[in-house]
Design a protein around this ligand. Structure first.
Ligand SMILES: [Zn+2]
Length: 326
């Protein structure tokens, strides 16, 4: 059985599928799903078909457009990370001996009943060292997903992180947390972004204060911070908690020419008798205090490519009704 530190380091060293700035949630979602299976005392190895539906749903909700189509990639490729140290495959030899690059199709994985799971020594450690599973899951969430989505991902998986037992004294002493999630956040980012938009949601205008303190208002990164997005105003939007979450889920984005709000065709609303949140579709965001603070095209492009759930709803030709109050 591996020690807590050994297990944490193995997961820390997962070779990232993405270059800096490219977001690929496939491996972390598969690992989180597998951690949930361990926590639910399910068998170590699972057939692809047994987890396919859950993986598809996770990627459709928390991945970029069409991520679900390649959901079987990590099931196969995770086995080459760390030379098999964190993932085992089992199945017919003629499939397993294929070169790592020739991924079996979804149909082949099903037909040959290919199974995968954590290697025994990791599986055992996760089941026996109190708090280790929760520690691994928390670090993966921090490394790959914005905080706005953590609770939803955990809830969909049925992962229990609340009961996390602290790893026993010294169990992780000397363990250096080196992932991108530890890239320092600029504590001034939130203040500067909220000020730029005069302390209101740039989508809906929400500006509640408790006394003098804005409540429920957040500074969103357009290119996520943990995948290299800088802490500067052109990479920020002042959003209410609801619009921050919808933005991080890829429900809407902002187009770069006139800074209009563009909703995904996957977003359906209207349950409240009106057009619901879609009333904001096609409108320009509330302008920041000066043009130098506007969202920059390169960050909007990152967001559209990596987070937004395409296709976009059509936007009527501009009638240029700016919502700026200046
Ligand atoms: Zn809002």
């Amino acid at each position: 059985m591996k020690t807590a530190i050994e297990v944490l380091e193995l997961f820390e060293n997962i070779r990232r599928a993405q270059r800096a700035g490219i977001y690929a949630p496939h491996k972390p979602l598969l690992i989180l799903l597998s951690l949930a299976r361990v926590q639910h005392a399910e068998a170590r190895m699972a057939e692809f078909s047994a987890i396919d539906a859950a993986l598809k749903q996770l990627l459709a909700e928390f991945g970029p457009s069409s991520a679900a189509k390649s959901r079987h990639y990590p099931f196969w490729h995770l086995a080459t990370d760390g030379q098999g140290a964190i993932w085992s495959l089992s199945g017919p030899r003629e499939i397993l001996k294929r070169p790592a690059g020739s991924t079996p199709s979804l149909g082949e994985l099903r037909k040959h009943h290919i199974k995968a799971g954590f290697p025994l020594e990791i599986d055992t450690a996760l089941r026996h060292i109190p708090g280790l599973l929760q520690a691994v899951a928390s670090r993966i969430l921090d490394t790959y997903f914005p905080v706005t989505l953590h609770a939803d991902i955990v809830a969909m998986l049925g992962l229990d992180l609340d009961g996390a037992v602290e790893l026993r004294d010294g169990a992780t002493a000397g363990f250096e947390y080196t992932s991108a999630a530890r890239r320092k956040r600029d504590p001034g980012f939130r203040d500067r972004v909220l000020r730029a938009y005069e302390y209101r949601c740039c989508v809906c205008g929400f500006d509640l204060r408790i006394g003098h303190v804005p409540a429920g208002l957040e500074a969103a990164h357009i290119q996520w911070h943990h995948v290299g997005g800088p802490d500067i105003e052109p990479n920020g939007l002042s959003l209410c908690a609801l619009h921050h979450k919808l933005f991080d889920l890829g429900v809407f984005t902002v187009e770069p020419a006139e800074h209009r709000i563009v909703f995904s065709q996957h977003a359906i609303s209207g349950g409240r008798g009106m057009e619901g949140d879609l009333q904001f579709h096609g409108r320009a965001i509330y302008s920041p205090q000066h043009v130098g603070l506007l969202p920059a095209p390169e960050y909007l492009a990152w967001n559209t490519k990596n987070v937004f759930k395409t296709p976009a709803r059509l936007v009527a030709p501009a009638n240029a009704t700016p919502r700026a109050t200046h």
